[in-house]
Design a protein around this ligand. Structure first.
Ligand code: SF4
Ligand code: SF4
Length: 352
């Protein structure tokens, strides 16, 4: 990481005001019923920098829930790839470290050997400015997953900020992030003392977590306990198959193709929509459904995030944001299910 600079809170606001003239800035703002959401802003006034979390992570701006892919005109026999956007280069401001990690997890899927043109274009045209967290959020366990409360990534982001006694430390994560910082007004070089305070704040934030998950040996344990009764018990008693958990999860990447044909069958428009493995139809193939019982779908969600993702992508698919359990209408918590398996790995289903 480059040299760090400090900036006053007032100058930070001025900086955001100037960035809004150059980019489509997206930042955390207050929404209804005490929630915060990431939304487009024209200046710094609506920013809620002390936000805890948002229902949807900022992945939405890089990987939208509905994306037009192409259009085929059968009369003229032409194929037109849709412009993936964004219409204007975007800058996501004050992303929490766990959500930045989530974007880096999505990068492994969409920018890997089978590079996704639509994702790649939006990702390239999105600047990312991270804000380190000074406290844990209620359901968060990012410290256990190695994704927070301070950013652990060394690349894949542009700037990381840390709030310190009414000032902000700014550190660049990329050359374009460095260029961005240089446009900020009233920058001061950061002394060693401030960096020491940053590390003290990080320890303080890490100590504020009330939720945790022991991840040592967890993928191997989950791999050998696929038949554990916790999946059936929780699915039968509480899982509605509503898919809230996967739709709010910032690392979920599955999508389905939707083709729309006009009335005269001349124009075909193809788009992709987020899909959800908790949906019964997700596993429907030509001759049946390979995950009929809800317990199989719940197990798929949990074991993919905490077990098979590691083999697939070399990291966990869970960044510990706590969204799935927050927005589950019956409060199903994958950390509690994992702990039940850790407590009693050989427990059998009680018939009665
Ligand atoms: S599985 Fe749950 S806690 Fe983990 S990243 Fe997804 S929504 Fe967040
Ligand atoms: S949000 Fe909860 S009830 Fe809905 S599918 Fe997910 S685990 Fe089941």
């Amino acid at each position: 990481m480059s040299t760090s600079h400090s900036i006053s809170a007032d100058n930070l606001c001025r900086w955001v005001d100037s960035l809004a003239g150059r980019f489509q800035v997206l930042g955390p703002v207050a929404a209804k019923r005490g929630q915060n959401v990431f939304a487009p802003i024209d200046n710094s006034a609506p920013l809620a920098l002390d936000y805890c979390t948002t229902m949807l992570g900022p992945r939405f701006f890089i990987y939208p829930s509905v994306q037009r892919l192409c259009k085929i005109d059968r009369e003229t026999n032409t194929y037109m790839a849709a412009d993936p956007g964004p219409a204007r280069t975007q800058l996501i401001f004050a992303i929490h470290p766990c959500d930045m990690h989530a974007i880096s997890v999505l990068d492994r899927t969409f920018l890997g050997p089978n590079k996704d043109f639509y994702y790649a274009k939006r990702r390239q045209e999105t600047y990312t400015v991270v804000l380190n967290c000074s406290r844990a959020c209620d359901q968060g366990f990012c410290a256990s997953m190695g994704t927070g409360p301070f950013l652990r990534l060394t690349e894949g982001f542009d700037v990381v900020m840390t709030a310190l006694d009414g000032e902000y430390l700014l550190e660049a994560g990329s050359p374009r992030g460095q260029e961005l910082i240089e446009t900020a007004p009233g920058l001061q070089k950061t002394g060693r003392m401030r960096l020491y305070e940053k590390s003290r704040l990080e320890q303080q934030a890490a100590a504020s977590f009330t939720k945790s998950l022991e991840t040592e040996g967890l993928p191997e344990l989950l791999m050998r306990t696929f038949e554990h009764p916790v999946y059936k018990e929780v699915a039968d008693a509480r899982c509605l198959g509503c898919s809230n958990c996967v739709l709010v999860c910032p690392t979920c990447f599955c999508y389905k193709m939707v083709d729309r044909v006009d009335f005269e069958a001349k124009i075909v428009e193809r788009s992709r929509h987020w899909d959800a493995c908790q949906d019964y139809w997700f596993a429907e193939v030509h001759d049946g459904n390979f995950r009929q019982p809800q317990q199989a779908r719940l197990r798929q969600f949990m074991t993919h995030k905490l077990c098979t993702w590691v083999e697939q992508y070399g990291c966990f698919g869970c960044i510990g944001c706590g969204r799935c359990m927050t927005w589950c209408p019956t409060g199903i918590d994958i950390t509690e299910m994992a702990k039940e398996i850790q407590r009693a790995p050989t427990r059998q289903l009680e018939l009665g």
